[in-house]
Design a protein around this ligand. Structure first.
Ligand SMILES: [Cu+2]
Length: 213
């Protein structure tokens, strides 16, 4: 499910982008040890979809990598001496909490920027905003996600508006600029949970309905 964002990451010790690509590929095939190794050695600092904008926090001058879960592609960059910048003003918040569950604004303007904060102390999370038909329930979305077999087209509740962010480690935050059609949206995260056999968080019920107006 998606995963096309550019993930800005930093690594522990000798662990590098190639190790991460290998571990993620193994994790996709159900290797939970590889997933746990990836999480123990990687700090996810956020990032954006193609053409997406916003702000991330780079904790220090030094080497960083950009990683794509979708292509397993990587790139390196170095950040020089930095000055502290004030977090830009935002129009709403999307907060991941232990459970995992979502909290934050229940309504936001249809255009603006939101603060995404991972307050969960255990695992990384990312944000997918998917527009849904007005009145859709999280139970309906969960039922679709849990249905077996290849999808026979898009779910009946899905509408055109969508946005995805990269992942954030526990305690990290970022801001995300967006411009979406007004309406009801489901907030989802599909990060695989290492303590639940790699189950994506949305399937554990990490779903929340919000409105953009
Ligand atoms: Cu998650």
């Amino acid at each position: 499910m998606k995963g096309g964002s550019a993930e800005i990451v930093m690594f522990k010790g000798d662990y590098d982008a190639r190790d991460l690509a290998k571990d993620v590929a193994a994790s996709d095939k159900g290797d939970i040890k590889a997933l746990k190794r990836a999480l123990a050695n990687t700090t996810f600092l956020g990032g954006f979809e193609k053409n997406g904008t916003g702000t991330v926090v780079l904790p220090k001058a030094g080497d960083y990598s950009v990683f794509s879960f979708e292509s397993k592609g990587t790139a390196e960059f170095s950040a020089g001496a930095m000055k502290m910048a004030r977090t830009p003003k935002t129009d709403g918040t999307v907060i991941a909490k232990q459970g995992p569950v979502w909290a934050g604004s229940s309504t936001m303007p249809a255009e603006g920027s939101f603060l995404f904060k991972n307050k969960d102390r255990t695992v990384p999370h990312f944000v997918i905003l998917q527009q849904v038909a007005e009145g859709t329930t999280t139970d309906q979305v969960l039922e679709t996600l849990q249905s077996e077999g290849p999808p026979s087209g898009p779910p009946p509740w899905a509408l055109a508006g969508e946005l995805e962010t990269a992942s954030l480690n526990p305690g990290k935050s970022m801001t995300v600029d967006y411009d979406l059609p007004p309406g009801q949206y489901v907030v989802m995260c599909f990060f695989p949970d290492p303590n639940m056999g790699g189950m994506p968080h949305a399937l554990m019920g990490m779903l929340r309905m919000i409105h953009l107006s």
